[in-house]
Design a protein around this ligand. Structure first.
Ligand code: FE2
Length: 296
């Protein structure tokens, strides 16, 4: 028999706001365990053969292509992506590698035993069912670091632009491994914006070359520039303690600030879509090597 995880009030709040924080979802012991695993992954990073190291020789098409493939084929791998500020203008790494990584993705939930167990279990499945998923599937996972002084901001966006399905179905599960505050770059979101802001652009594979582009989701035409038209004053900060799960509706407008403080802001996140929805072939993220997304 299924015991519910979310209360009726929590489900109502998620429906109303598009974002829901659940404090004490996991213990401080578990948070420490996951942080240690994240640190170990950073230490194990080898720069040999990493495409970012090739940026030192310039930005030729060939080097760009290697970087693009490294990103596009990361769905079922554990790959490392650098902070923009980690390199000087000549392309040399100017930070210790452990403090220069922005995120690791996108197959932690498939490959790393600890994150796999944390992501695919009865509690998570129950939440997904309570949120209305009929056939929930995890399609990507990430560790996002926001290291002290260098952690970059994430501009305002909607996750369904990146994880588009028809009908829309993406929901983010976001786990604070450390306290997230305004100072170290917590989430900000616009309550209720998931009901008022359509998904008007999509992040897709570039049909005319390597890499990715944004297209108008209605016309499939490339967008030259994204328009930011939200009012800054509408954003509400979401400061949370380590151990908090934040559920993020795929259409809610959200962002996070830079980390200019001395404290890191480690989080783990994965996204669910409904396997019964249509998953377009031009989405940037595609199942790799004939595999399917991870049913939970
Ligand atoms: Fe997001």
């Amino acid at each position: 028999m299924n015991t519910n995880v979310l209360t009726k009030e929590q489900l109502q709040q998620f429906d109303r706001d598009g974002c829901l924080a659940i404090p004490n979802f996991f213990t401080s012991v578990k948070a420490q365990e996951l942080r240690t695993a994240a640190e170990n992954l950073l230490e194990n990073l080898s720069l040999d053969g990493h495409p970012m190291t090739k940026f030192t020789t310039g930005t030729t098409e060939e080097n760009k292509h290697v970087g693009d493939d490294y990103f596009l084929q990361s769905g079922n791998k554990i790959r490392y992506f650098f902070e923009e500020g980690a390199f000087n203008e000549k392309g040399d790494l100017i930070r210790q590698k452990e403090r220069a990584i922005n995120k690791i993705g996108h197959g932690l939930h498939m490959l790393h035993p600890l994150f796999k167990e944390f992501s695919t279990n009865k509690t998570i499945s129950t939440i997904a069912k309570q949120l209305g998923f009929r056939s929930p599937q995890i399609l990507q996972s990430m560790l996002i670091f926001k290291q002290p002084y260098i952690g970059g901001q994430v501009p305002s966006h909607q996750d369904s632009s990146f994880l588009y399905t028809e009908p829309l179905s993406a929901v983010g599960f976001w786990f604070a491994l450390e306290d997230a505050t305004v100072e170290n770059g917590c989430l900000w979101f616009i309550p209720g914006s998931h009901k008022t802001t359509p998904i008007d652009k999509r992040f897709v594979r570039n049909p005319n070359g390597s890499g990715t582009i944004f297209i108008d989701s209605a016309s499939q035409k490339e967008l030259q520039q994204s328009v930011q038209n939200e009012d800054e004053k509408e954003f509400v900060k979401l400061e949370v303690k380590a151990g908090t799960l934040v559920l993020i509706h795929g259409s809610v407008v959200h962002k996070s600030g830079p980390n200019l403080s001395e404290k890191s802001r480690y989080i783990y996140t994965f996204h669910c879509i409904d396997g019964e929805a249509k998953y377009p072939k031009n989405n940037w993220l595609q199942p790799e090597d004939g595999e399917c997304f991870t049913s939970i």
